[in-house]
Design a protein around this ligand. Structure first.
Ligand code: CO
Ligand code: ZN
Length: 332
């Protein structure tokens, strides 16, 4: 598990710049697809057709993009000012490292402030790429960077800068490998782009596919760390079946089906109500004429930090639940 996961989470792919991820995933899923394509936005669509009459169209979405930064200005001394790509939190920046597409590493610094306890806004931070002026700066305005951090496994706990949502991609890849050849639905796995800037890739893909059922695979927050905001999701308690977040109320029948399938298969699970956030499920739910949407969430600590942490047992549970769901009939 960890070799594939390491290559996924360490790859470069801020929103809008996901080519490396697509190239990494495509050969892994191609053997399990009846057809495979890339749309204009860069979504990778992996289709498994069926001969079953009246089959439902099911879309599974996991996003390949990650949060990051984009250079907006280069100072005379060769430092970069930057803006965020997605939900970057200023208190995660100082001393953090970023990596540009060409491999350039930057270290993030912050303007001096007499109030050392205050968290400075993004605009007061800069990136030091080792340049001394504009002439020797390897970065141009508009270049994007992802955060740079090695994957680490600590027992069951797996930590990386982009578990959101490479762990969802991992679940999707593994489910594709395990699904029986004769799945009774018309299923398209979408490895979606630009989720972190507003679930844009999934929106375009869902408007193409017009699914009857849409399921996102993404991380969710937990309430199991000191002084956490109360939330009934914990690492190690299994996949979380989303009931709602701030962008979507999941289809009640789909939630019931997920619970039933988990119970039949003996998969430990938990229920999720997320106060905030959203996922590709939101885009699928309201695309075209609308569909029955839901989300299988991978519990994750420190979301949108350089050390997003999941539990490998939850990941395995997510794969099993998705395979159980797609292998049987979907009666909502
Ligand atoms: Co995110
Ligand atoms: Zn995500």
């Amino acid at each position: 598990m960890n070799d594939l996961l390491r290559s996924l989470v360490e790859a470069y792919g801020p929103s809008g710049f996901e080519d490396a991820l697509r190239d990494l995933i495509r050969p892994l899923v191609e053997p399990h697809a009846d057809d495979i394509s890339v749309d204009a936005m860069g979504n990778l669509l992996v289709h498994k057709s069926t001969a079953a009459a009246g089959a439902l169209k099911v879309m599974i979405a996991a996003h390949i993009d990650e949060i990051g930064v984009m250079a907006t200005h280069i100072t005379e001394k060769g430092f970069l000012r930057f803006t965020n790509i997605g939900g970057v939190m200023p208190h995660t920046l100082l001393g953090n490292r970023v990596r540009f597409a060409d491999g350039t590493i930057g270290v993030i610094g912050v303007d001096h402030s007499d109030d050392r306890g205050a968290i400075q806004p993004l605009s007061k931070h800069f990136i030091d790429v080792g340049a001394t002026g504009r002439e020797d700066c390897p970065v141009r305005v508009g270049d994007a960077a992802g955060f740079d951090r090695a994957f680490v496994a600590r027992g069951n706990y797996l930590t990386a800068k982009s578990m959101d949502d490479r762990i969802g991609c991992y679940v999707a890849i593994e489910a594709l490998r395990r699904l029986p050849a004769d799945v009774p639905h018309d299923v398209t796995f979408v490895f979606s782009v630009q989720e972190e800037v507003g679930t844009r890739g999934a929106e375009a893909a869902a408007n193409r596919i017009l699914p009857d059922v849409g399921i996102a695979l993404d991380v969710t927050r937990t309430g199991d760390v000191p002084e956490a905001k109360a939330m009934s999701v914990s690492l190690g308690d299994g996949p979380a079946i989303k009931v709602r977040d701030s962008g979507m109320i999941a289809h009640a029948g789909l939630v019931r089906l997920m619970r039933r399938r988990a119970e039949e298969a003996g998969i430990r699970y938990q229920m999720e109500v997320l106060d905030g956030g959203s996922t590709d499920a939101r885009s699928m739910q309201v695309a075209g004429p609308g569909c029955a949407a839901g989300c299988i969430s991978i519990p994750c600590r420190y979301v949108h930090s350089p050390s997003e942490t999941v539990d490998s047992r939850d990941v395995e549970g997510c794969i099993q639940l998705l395979v159980a769901l797609l292998s049987g009939s979907i009666d909502l």
